[in-house]
Ligand binder design. Structure first.
Ligand SMILES: N[C@H](CCC[C@H](N)C(=O)O)C(=O)O
Length: 281
């Protein structure tokens, strides 16, 4: 019995999204890796399953392309939110994740129907919530990165959006070699017991960040929604940006607004449907 899926992306971060509302979907790590292979499988950054939820409109389960099951995925929350609103006609939906609930809504920003706003909830900023393996001020953590002695990599910020992020404050936009080399070295650094998504934020203005990312379990991707949220929070905490900024990533841009009254982070950005298909299980 094949399982239909929709291939989607949010700012170029791409997903295979399967419907598990009527039938459980429990892929093995090897099956996820095989599906994620861009040469021999469907190819994706993350595999997403929409499951029933007791408390929300649906539960979103996330696997990285390396097969690791993770807490949440910001760009996928926009895609799943769009799908659920298309199916129900609702203007807002609540999506539960292992990283906490998120509320997706239509931004009505006059920029068309393929844009969704997600209330990502409050950032988690205590060292134990990232988590880090020792107590530190998460506005600027002390990170020794082996052979790399690049001053630009000193005292990054650490933020959790339900998943762990470290954000480096760059004076330029790094090239692929730097993102791959530094990101792959830092992703499994012992300071991060659950590993970490590695972001590089080049603040171009108080309301504009050029952001590149090496994702935990997926490598260099064209965008990372939770990473964009973490970048805004980390740069705002350092006084480098206002609490609202456009985050420009390789595959597109999102607007991140860290609301002072609620402490919630709101992300608005694009959704794209690429194609449909069927999985063999
Ligand atoms: N690689 C992430 C999961 C996907 C997050 C990203 N694609 C997003 O849009 O937030 C992690 O291991 O925490």
């Amino acid at each position: 019995m094949t399982r239909p899926f929709v291939k989607m992306n949010g700012a170029g971060n791409d997903f295979v999204v399967v419907n598990a509302l009527d039938r459980p979907f429990t892929p093995t790590t090897e099956q996820v890796r095989a599906l994620g292979d861009r040469d021999t499988g469907e190819g994706f950054d993350q595999l997403i399953a929409i499951e029933p939820s007791e408390t929300g409109d649906a539960f979103m389960r996330v696997w990285n392309s390396d097969g690791s099951a993770v807490e949440t995925c910001g760009n996928a929350l926009r895609c799943v939110g769009w799908m659920l609103m298309q199916a129900s006609g609702a203007d807002t939906v609540t999506i539960d994740t292992l990283g906490g609930p998120a509320v997706a809504s239509k931004p009505n920003d006059g920029l068309g129907e393929f844009r969704i706003t997600v209330d990502m909830g409050a950032p988690r900023l205590d060292w134990r919530q990232i988590p880090l393996s020792e107590e530190m001020d998460t506005r600027g953590i002390e990170l020794q990165i082996g052979p790399i002695d690049a001053p630009v990599l000193h005292t990054p910020g650490a933020v959790s959006m339900g998943n762990p992020h470290v954000v480096f404050f760059m004076d330029h936009t790094p090239d692929d070699a730097f993102v791959r080399g530094s990101g792959s070295l830092i992703e499994h650094h012992p300071l991060f017991p659950e590993a970490v998504n590695v972001g590089f934020a080049h603040v171009e203005a108080r309301d504009r960040i050029r952001f590149r990312v090496w994702e935990r379990g997926a490598g260099l991707t064209r965008a990372c929604g939770t990473g964009a949220c973490a970048a805004l929070v980390a740069t705002a905490r350092r006084g480098l940006t206002d609490r609202k900024a456009t985050v420009v990533m390789d595959g597109g841009e999102v607007v991140i607004d860290w609301d002072e009254a609620t402490d919630h982070v709101f992300m608005t950005g694009p959704v794209e449907v690429e194609r449909t298909g069927g999985l063999p299980f």
